[in-house]
Design a protein. Structure first.
Length: 73
């Protein structure tokens, strides 16, 4: 898969994944009594998931870039 195809998947796929994630949150808030009784904790929980994924991708990309960079003394 070339860079243009990966970029197209990123540009097209990421907003759809976000929309699906928001619909999952909405469905949970409408159907689960525990989510309705504790909206702050539910929001924090649903906020940590994308943050954790972003941290994982960021650190993985940084580690790959660090390995490729020339070592200077």
């Amino acid at each position: 898969m070339d860079k243009d195809t990966k970029f197209a998947f990123l540009v097209i796929g990421l907003p759809f994944l976000g929309l699906i994630y928001c619909l999952i949150i909405l469905a949970c808030m409408l159907t689960l009594p525990i989510a309705q009784n504790h909206p702050v904790m539910t929001g924090i929980g649903f906020g940590i998931i994308p943050f954790g994924i972003a941290v994982y991708f960021w650190t993985t990309a940084s580690a790959k870039a660090y390995k490729k960079s020339p070592k200077t003394k």
